[in-house]
Write a protein that binds this ligand. Structure first.
Ligand SMILES: NC(=O)c1ccc[n+]([C@@H]2O[C@H](COP(=O)([O-])OP(=O)(O)OC[C@H]3O[C@@H](n4cnc5c(N)ncnc54)[C@H](O)[C@@H]3O)[C@@H](O)[C@H]2O)c1
Length: 335
């Protein structure tokens, strides 16, 4: 029997996820929840969706949906996810998982209690370059530090993204979290021990951050340095990338390659992954297709997804700690 999927939010990322659903067998996109009827109608027409609802409650009261994909502004992630999870509906929620760790914890608990699937859409874990580097990581020895960034150069989002009450945070919660989750994934999901950050707003007049540097110390001793930003005058490459510094070599994304010492010739051998660089699109549809396929597989075979609620929650704890550190000027321990 095919899985019946609903979307909430019919904006930018919903269109990408709906395209991914289209490619899958045994899955039917049956409903969309959207605040604005013109947007839900356009979405329903494009993806041949039968039912449009103005609220998640009305969708859930009507029933007949197995899966909810949450693509709304961040302040709606927790209430919409918890409402669905409590009714036994499987959820994939966009990053950041929630406004803060307290909300993320409630989502995690709701999923544990109901026993249904909760996945957090940390999409870079499904990217082919990232997966290549993950496969190679043991060749680098022990990873001592990572250096990464998630920034937009010469532009930034507008609307709800720039309002603290609707977004929770700015560039760190929006873009830095991509670099953070990528570093954590490549390191093998260590636990954070402490966070130190300098975060501020320098380019525009809004109440969330547009510039940040965050340093995370992990329980395996590795340290991650993460830059976050919107409206930046420069970036070292495409909008997000990560480098790994190991005891036996160096690995990086975009361009994706390794540098390993050749002791005999006293040079570094470069091992190129062989992917296109620069890419035609930095965030390719193929990454979102792989993510959706994995989520649906987890639902169909009752597998706990990684990244699930646990991974999303760790990221939210680090984001919270980064903002606290920036506010207090002190390193923040994570229990
Ligand atoms: N992983 C990625 O690559 C990626 C990229 C972009 C956005 N995102 C995330 O996806 C989420 C959505 O971002 P977006 O860029 O698609 O934003 P968007 O503004 O384009 O879309 C959000 C949609 O939600 C709708 N909405 C607002 N209130 C609603 C309500 N009460 N009920 C139903 N719908 C409502 C809006 O009308 C809008 O259509 C955010 O959490 C963002 O961080 C992730």
């Amino acid at each position: 029997m095919s899985l019946k999927i609903a979307f909430t939010g019919a904006g930018y990322i919903a269109n990408i996820h709906a395209q991914a659903v289209r490619n899958l067998p045994d899955v039917e996109l049956v409903a969309v929840v959207e605040k604005f009827s013109d947007k839900s109608e356009a979405f329903a027409e494009k993806f041949v969706v039968k039912c449009c609802y103005p609220s998640v409650e009305e969708l859930l009261d009507e029933g007949g949906v197995d899966v909810l994909v949450i693509c709304t502004p961040n302040f709606l992630h927790a209430p919409q996810a918890i409402a669905a999870l409590e009714r036994g509906v499987h959820v994939m929620v966009e990053k950041p998982m929630a406004m803060n760790a307290a909300e993320a914890e409630q989502m995690y608990e709701a999923a544990e209690k109901s026993g249904v699937t909760l996945m957090v859409a940390h999409c870079w874990r499904f990217d082919e370059d990232v997966l290549w580097l993950k496969e190679q990581v043991d060749r680098l020895g022990r990873i001592i530090r990572t250096k990464g960034y998630g920034v937009h150069t010469h532009w930034g989002p507008s609307g709800w993204f720039t309002e603290k009450d609707l977004a929770g945070g700015g560039a760190m919660a929006d873009m830095g979290i991509h670099a953070l989750d990528t570093a954590r994934f490549l390191l093998g999901d260590p636990q954070p021990v402490s966070v130190y950050a300098k975060i501020g707003t320098y380019y525009k007049d809004f109440d969330v951050d547009d510039t940040g540097v965050t340093i995370v110390t992990w329980d395996d001793g590795a340290v991650s340095y993460i830059e976050s930003g919107w409206w930046q005058p420069h970036s070292d490459g495409p909008e997000a990338a990560t480098q790994l510094y190991g005891t036996q070599g160096f690995g990086q994304l975009f361009p994706t390659r390794l540098e390993l010492p050749n002791v005999k010739e006293e040079i570094m051998d470069v091992i190129d992954a062989g992917f296109d660089f620069p890419r035609a699109e930095h965030c390719p549809q193929s990454m979102y297709n792989a993510q959706m396929a994995y989520f649906i597989e987890c639902v169909q075979f009752s597998k706990k997804p990684i990244p699930g609620g646990a991974e999303g929650l760790v990221n939210m704890k680090i984001v919270d700690a980064a903002y606290e550190s920036a506010r207090t000027g002190k390193e923040v321990e994570i229990k």
